[in-house]
Design a protein. Structure first.
Length: 167
C-alpha cells in the first residue's frame, strides 16, 4: 500500500485503523492498546520529520511491536526468590533416601525382598501377595514383618517412627 506523505494528518489517518487492530491483538487491554498506538505514531512522526520514510506502515508496525514488548517486560515480576518462597520442595534428600531403601531391600533374603518389591509397586493385599508368592497369608505377613524390622534397623529408625520422617 502506497502512502502520500504530504501532511502528517494523512499519514496518521491512513495508518490508524491497522495499528489499532494490531495493537489490540498484542495487548488485550483496549486502553493499553490505544496508548501504544499513540506512542508508535508519535515516534513515527518524529522519525519522519528527520528523514522521510518511504514505507511508513512496516516501520510503524515494528515500532508498535517493540512498544508492546516493552510493556510485556515491564509487567514481569523481577523480585529475587528467597528459599522459603520456592514453589517446589527440593527432592534430592528424598531421592537419596529412596536409593538407600532400595539398596537395603536388595540386601534382604530373597523371599522378603520379593514381597517388599511388590509392596513398593503398590500391592498391599495380603491375599494377592500370598497368591503371587505361592504361600499362605500368615507366611506373607510374617515375612513382611521381619523385612520391615530389618529395614528399620538398617535405616536407623525407631520401631514406632513413621517412614515419612526419613524424608
Amino acid at each position: 500500500m502506497q502512502y502520500k506523505i504530504e501532511a502528517e494528518g494523512t499519514l496518521v489517518a491512513a495508518l490508524l485503523p491497522r495499528l489499532r487492530r494490531r495493537a489490540r491483538r498484542l495487548l488485550r487491554d483496549p486502553s493499553e492498546a490505544d496508548d501504544i498506538v499513540q506512542d508508535a505514531l508519535i515516534r513515527l512522526l518524529q522519525v519522519n520529520r528527520r528523514e522521510k520514510i518511504k514505507t511508513p506502515e512496516p516501520y510503524a508496525m515494528i515500532i508498535l511491536q517493540n512498544l508492546a514488548r516493552q510493556r510485556w517486560r515491564a509487567r514481569r515480576d523481577m523480585q529475587e526468590l528467597e528459599d522459603d518462597a520456592a514453589a517446589t520442595l527440593p527432592t534430592g534428600t528424598a531421592r537419596l533416601v529412596c536409593e538407600e531403601i532400595a539398596a537395603a531391600i536388595d540386601r534382604l533374603p530373597p523371599d522378603q525382598a520379593a514381597l517388599m518389591r511388590q509392596v513398593m509397586r503398590g500391592e498391599t493385599s495380603p491375599q494377592v501377595l500370598a497368591a503371587a508368592a505361592g504361600c499362605p497369608v500368615g507366611t506373607v505377613m510374617s515375612r513382611l514383618a521381619r523385612a520391615r524390622v530389618t529395614l528399620r534397623k538398617e535405616m536407623d529408625m525407631l520401631p514406632k517412627v513413621s517412614v515419612a520422617e526419613l524424608l
